[in-house]
Design a protein around this ligand. Structure first.
Ligand code: THU
Length: 134
């Protein structure tokens, strides 16, 4: 256990990942603008492309609850190599995250392996503003 709610939540939900094919477990935890906590884990599928990433699950949970802004995000992979969000997830995060959004990548022991802003992970991103959305 760390003393950080999001880190603890990402570690915990990672243990519930369904990843029989890759055996690569991922957990994601986020706070929305109101401080509500949402979690997700990767959920693979025998039809491989139908698998869902941990970040996408957490984002969908936030949206379903009415949240529209990611205020903080933690991703937990295995081992000591940071689990950076895949390209598709970076774009999904972009939809609900400001350029300065902090994204922390941790291991199952709670060590913070890498900290990046969304803008660092996805520079010059296309986003809602490009379509005239607020
Ligand atoms: N995965 C995630 O859930 N999030 C990431 O940021 C990277 C990769 C999952 C997808 C797949 O189930 C497994 O990790 C291996 O790619």
């Amino acid at each position: 256990m760390s003393d950080d709610t999001l880190i603890d939540a990402a570690i915990a939900v990672r243990t519930r990942a369904y990843a029989p094919y890759s055996r690569f477990l991922v957990g994601a935890a986020l706070h929305d603008a109101d401080g509500h906590l949402f979690i997700g884990c990767n959920t693979e599928n025998a039809a491989y492309p139908e698998g869902i990433c941990a970040e996408g699950g957490a984002i969908s949970a936030m949206v379903a609850a009415g949240g529209r802004r990611i205020a903080d995000l933690v991703i937990c992979g295995g081992g000591d190599r940071p689990c950076a969000p895949c390209g598709g997830c970076r774009q999904k995060i972009r939809e609900f995250g400001a350029p300065g959004l902090r994204i922390r990548m941790v291991n199952p022991s709670g060590d913070v392996l890498l900290v990046r802003t969304l803008a660092e992970l996805l520079p010059d991103a296309f986003g809602p503003e490009d379509l005239g959305a607020a």
